[in-house]
Design a protein. Structure first.
Length: 348
C-alpha cells in the first residue's frame, strides 16, 4: 500500500513540477548507477524544491535527509515519511538535538548497506548565491558509518548540479546535471581518516563546481552583477563557467542568447485575470510569510500543488451550474492549456 501511495504522490509531484517550471533540463542521467548504493550530493539553493526535482527524475527511489525544523506537524510528518524524507539535526536546532543524528546515521548506513539511494546536501545549508560553498564533513561521517558496518560496500557518490535561471521568480527554468559517479573506496587513504575526509570533500567539491555556475567568494557581489549583465544561459553551467574562466564577462565582450520575455508581457494580463484568486492568495497571504528568500519558490510551488486542483474544480462547478457540464469542461481545459502554454513560453 505504501508503494502505491509513494508512486501516486511521486507522479503528482513530478507532473506538477513539470507544469510549474517553464523548462526542466536533465543532463547525465545515464551516470546514475541503478544497482549500487548511491549517495546523491547536490549543491543547495532552492530549499525543498532541490530534493524534489532530483528525487522525481533520478531513476532511483532515494531517501533524502532534510533539515529537522520542517518536521513540526504530525500530519505532515506522515507525508514526509511516505516520500522518504529523513530529518537531520543541526546546531541551530539546539545542541541537545544533535544526539539524534547518531540514530539517523545508523539508519542511513543500513539503507546504503541494503543498496538503497540517499540524497544529502554536503554544503549543509542553502543559499541563492551561484557558487559551491565549503562542504561540511557531516556526509563523510555517514559514509564512514556505512563502511564500518560493511567494509566491502561499493558506495557510489553522484554529484548533482542544480541550476536555476532565477530561483525566486515565476516563471523559472532549471537544469539538473548528474555528474559521473565517484567510487568511495578509491578515495580512501589507508590509516589516515582526516586525509580521507579532505580527499572526499575536495573530489566532490571540484565535481560540483563543474556542474553548476561557480563564482569564487571574493568580490562575489561585483562578479555576479557583471555576469548577470552579460545575460548568460544559467541552464548551461559548462558554458557559463567557461565564460567565468575566460574572464570575458568582465568586459562585456561575450553575450549569450537571452530570453527577452516579450510574450510574457503580452499575455500576462490574461494569465492574471484567469488565475486572480490564486495569485491574490499568494501575494497577499503566503508571500508575506516567506521567512527566507530560499523558500520563496518552495512555498509558491506548494500553493500551486494544492490550490490549483481545487481552483479548477470550483470553477468547473460554477460554469457547470450556469452553462452545463460540457461548456464548463471546455472552459476549464482551455484555462489549463492556456496556463501551461504561458508557463512554457513566457521566458522564451
Amino acid at each position: 500500500m505504501k508503494n502505491i501511495a509513494y508512486f501516486v504522490i511521486k507522479f503528482w509531484i513530478r507532473t506538477s513540477l513539470h507544469l510549474y517550471f517553464g523548462k526542466i533540463k536533465i543532463d547525465g542521467l545515464s551516470n546514475v548507477p541503478l544497482k549500487k548504493p548511491v549517495l546523491f550530493l547536490p549543491n543547495h539553493q532552492n530549499a525543498l524544491l532541490d530534493p524534489l526535482l532530483i528525487a522525481v527524475d533520478c531513476n532511483r527511489k532515494p531517501y533524502f535527509l532534510t533539515r529537522s525544523d520542517v518536521f513540526k506537524s504530525s500530519i505532515l510528518n506522515k507525508l514526509f515519511e511516505l516520500v522518504r524524507m529523513i530529518p537531520i539535526y543541526r546546531i541551530r536546532d539546539g545542541r541537545a538535538t544533535l544526539k539524534h543524528n547518531e540514530l539517523i546515521f545508523d539508519k542511513c548506513a543500513n539503507l546504503l548497506g541494503n543498496g538503497e539511494a540517499l540524497l544529502m546536501f554536503p554544503e549543509a545549508n542553502h543559499n541563492l548565491e551561484r557558487r559551491v560553498r565549503p562542504l561540511s564533513k557531516g556526509f563523510t561521517r555517514l559514509l564512514f558509518r556505512a563502511l564500518k558496518q560493511n567494509p566491502k560496500l561499493d558506495i557510489q557518490l553522484v554529484p548533482v548540479g542544480l541550476n536555476y535561471s532565477s530561483a525566486t521568480q515565476f516563471t523559472d527554468e532549471v537544469s539538473i546535471y548528474f555528474g559521473k559517479p565517484i567510487a568511495l573506496n578509491e578515495l580512501f587513504i589507508v590509516a589516515d581518516e582526516r586525509a580521507t575526509i579532505e580527499n572526499i570533500k575536495d573530489k566532490v567539491s571540484l565535481s560540483l563546481q563543474k556542474l553548476t555556475t561557480h563564482l569564487s567568494e571574493e568580490n562575489y557581489d561585483e562578479k555576479i552583477a557583471k555576469l548577470n549583465a552579460s545575460k548568460p544561459d544559467y541552464l548551461n553551467p559548462i558554458e557559463t563557467n567557461k565564460i567565468i574562466k575566460d574572464g570575458k564577462y568582465f568586459y562585456g565582450t561575450h553575450e549569450l542568447k537571452y530570453k527577452n520575455g516579450i510574450l510574457n508581457r503580452l499575455i500576462y494580463p490574461f494569465f492574471l485575470v484567469g488565475n486572480l484568486p490564486v495569485i491574490l492568495l499568494w501575494k497577499l497571504w503566503l508571500k508575506p510569510k516567506v521567512w527566507e528568500p530560499e523558500f520563496t519558490d518552495t512555498l509558491r510551488f506548494a500553493l500551486s500543488l494544492l490550490v490549483f486542483p481545487m481552483y479548477y474544480f470550483l470553477l468547473f462547478e460554477i460554469f457547470n451550474y450556469y452553462l452545463g457540464w460540457s461548456s464548463g469542461l471546455i472552459i476549464i481545459i482551455g484555462l489549463f492549456l492556456f496556463n501551461w502554454i504561458y508557463v512554457k513560453c513566457s521566458r522564451r
